[in-house]
Structure formats: structure tokens, C-alpha cells
Design a protein around this ligand. Structure first.
Ligand SMILES: [Zn+2]
Length: 118
């Protein structure tokens, strides 16, 4: 299934392919708790992920081991995805930003307590 996603103001757009999203994951790291992100349950391989075309539109936040790049829109501040570099080989996406996703209670998924960020 193809998912198109965007930030609030529409400046940042990205897309990804994968099985139908039926649940998400709430990571319990200190960053995700504060931003309230609902993430994809698995990492999306580069072949199935198209990041935003212009890195200049994206803010980047690195923390902890500085391995994972947390991208957000420079204009509206919405968190979009986590990648492992400017051209991510894999990404975890904010499924809140994706269209066609409807979930009743992602925080109650079986994986809700798993740590997704490092
Ligand atoms: Zn934006």
C-alpha cells in the first residue's frame, strides 16, 4: 500500500510503501514521550521510502548517541520521520502525518512499550 504524508503546512512531503497500517507504536524514549509521536511499527527500508526532496526544508534534531536523525518541518515544526542520515537507508515515520491511516487506539498496541529510538 502506498502512503503519502505531509507536515501541517504542506511544505514537507514524503511517502512510503508497506502493508496496511493497522497499528502504530508509541516509543517510550524521552523525546517521543514529549512530542507524543505515533510511529510506524517497523523500520521502512529505503526502497520503500521517499524522503522529502529538499533537505533545506527540514530541521534536524540529533540527541543521545546522535545516530538517528529526527526530521521536522522548519516552517510548522511538525515531526515527520526518523532516518539514519540525510538520505535514509531506513526510516521510521510519523504515521500521524500519513493519509489513509485511521487508528482507534495506537497506544494500546502490543508494542506500545517498546523503545523505538536509541
Ligand atoms: Zn510544515
Amino acid at each position: 500500500m502506498e502512503y503519502k504524508a505531509r507536515c501541517h503546512c504542506g511544505r514537507v512531503r514524503f511517502s512510503f510503501r508497506g502493508p496496511e497500517i493497522k497499528t502504530g507504536r508509541r516509543c517510550n524514549c524521552s523525546l517521543c514521550i514529549r512530542r507524543g509521536a505515533v510511529l510506524s511499527s517497523t523500520y521502512i527500508p529505503a526502497a520503500d521510502f521517499t524522503p522529502h526532496h529538499d533537505p533545506g526544508d527540514l530541521g534536524l534534531y540529533l540527541w543521545n548517541e546522535k545516530v538517528l536523525s529526527n526530521y521536522f518541518c522548519k516552517s510548522c515544526g511538525i515531526f515527520t520521520y526518523i532516518g539514519d542520515g540525510e538520505t535514509p537507508r531506513t526510516a521510521t515515520v510519523s504515521i500521524s502525518a500519513a493519509s489513509k491511516v485511521s487508528m482507534r487506539s495506537p497506544s494500546k498496541s502490543a508494542s506500545s512499550t517498546a523503545r523505538h529510538c536509541r
